[in-house]
Design a protein around this ligand. Structure first.
Ligand SMILES: *Cc1c(COP(=O)(O)O)cnc(C)c1O
Length: 353
């Protein structure tokens, strides 16, 4: 049978990466970030395979609702918070923790009858969600005084956690440290990059996403150096082998031409499946575990692969686009993007498990 492009999920690798987070942040509780369908890995499957997680984080209410419907019982933080005060009853009923980042949301909690454990999010340099630093103290006092508030926490988010030398990191760390000490508030600051690069701010809760999936969160280290294992393997197969002559061109735009008479393979995967169209000629792939490269532009359903020097390639051979042996971080570099985007784009190809 012809196999289509597929993404398979290695749950033992996921458990291993979770354990690595525990080792790296031994004094923090772990909120596993599984938004965007667990970065393309399948949100419910990932959540079910992380019973050891202290909590989960998702972007929106719909994701949290799907987790509850699937029987997930840990606390769930909703990173974008509630969009309307009517949603608060659902937050209370499903034990969801909203991130509060607008003043009207504090007012909504003040008039809500029910029990909620909100996070107050502060903008310390990301310039996305979060109240201004100057508003933090008065809003915290109002939240703490809410009848509805069971447990409150402070949250902020790094803008440059992947670049340990970036000046803004230290500004964000000291702002949040001072604030949390002053308010003696539980603190959550670190995403994957933060918890690896800035152990001093791991604080009460860490929020790892990308490293759970086995991709490196920092320019300083590869995933292998951090002892992280790839959770997703994307593979397909060769559907044709052709001999092209010296000077012949390959793909749309005729950007690549053969320097010699040579064998090329066509593999059944393209940007329609989630493989990045911007992956350049030279992007590595594995054919039967042998490393080779893409030639010419990525098409919607196929790519062309250099078969020179490979041992007896044949139609039906396995082609691996990324895996534990070929890091998605390397592919992301060749496609001028980040692993996060590549993983998220494979959403549709994950076999349910
Ligand atoms: C996505 C996200 C995370 C996880 O980030 P990684 O870099 O994947 O570890 C943590 N916190 C917030 C607020 C996020 O949006």
């Amino acid at each position: 049978m012809i196999r289509q492009a597929q993404a398979s999920i290695d749950y033992p690798a996921l458990a291993h990466n979770f354990q690595r987070v525990r080792q790296l942040a031994p004094h923090s509780r772990i909120m596993a970030v599984i938004k965007a369908d667990a970065y393309g890995h399948g949100m419910v499957g990932v959540a079910k395979h992380l019973p050891q997680a202290d909590a989960f984080a998702v972007a929106c209410l719909a994701e949290a609702t799907a987790l509850r419907q699937a029987g997930i019982t840990q606390p769930i933080t909703v990173l974008q918070g509630f969009q309307h005060r009517d949603e608060l009853a659902q937050y209370a009923a499903m034990n969801l923790r909203p991130v509060v980042h607008q003043v009207w949301q504090v007012s909504a909690l003040e008039s809500f009858v029910g029990k909620i454990s909100p996070w107050l999010k502060i903008n310390t340099g990301m310039g996305r969600l979060g109240v201004a630093l100057e508003q933090a103290v008065p809003l915290w006092s109002r939240l703490k005084a809410c009848e509805s508030a069971v447990e409150c926490g402070l949250m902020s988010h790094f803008a440059n956690a992947d670049e340990p030398g970036h000046i803004i990191n230290q500004q964000q760390i000291s702002a949040m440290r001072e604030l949390a000490q002053h308010l003696s508030a539980p603190l959550s600051m670190a995403n994957s990059g933060g918890l690896v690069n800035f152990p001093e701010i791991q604080a009460d809760w860490v929020r790892p996403g990308i490293m759970l999936y086995g991709s490196s969160p920092t320019r300083k280290h590869t995933a292998a150096e951090l002892d992280l294992r790839a959770v997703m393997k994307v593979s397909t197969q060769l559907i044709a082998i052709n001999w092209l002559r010296a000077g012949e061109h390959i793909g749309y735009g005729s950007l690549w031409h053969c320097p010699e008479d040579m064998p090329v393979g066509v593999a059944a995967i393209g940007y329609g499946d989630g493989y990045p169209r911007h992956a350049r000629s030279g992007t590595p792939v594995l054919v039967n575990e042998q490393r080779t490269q893409i030639l010419g532009r990525v098409s919607m359903d196929s790519i062309v692969i250099d078969l020179r020097g490979l041992m007896r390639p044949a139609v039906g051979d396995e082609v691996v686009l990324w895996s534990n042996e070929l890091s998605v971080d390397e592919i992301a570099q060749h496609a001028e993007t980040i692993s996060y985007e590549l993983l998220c784009n494979m959403k549709g190809c994950v076999a349910p498990g």
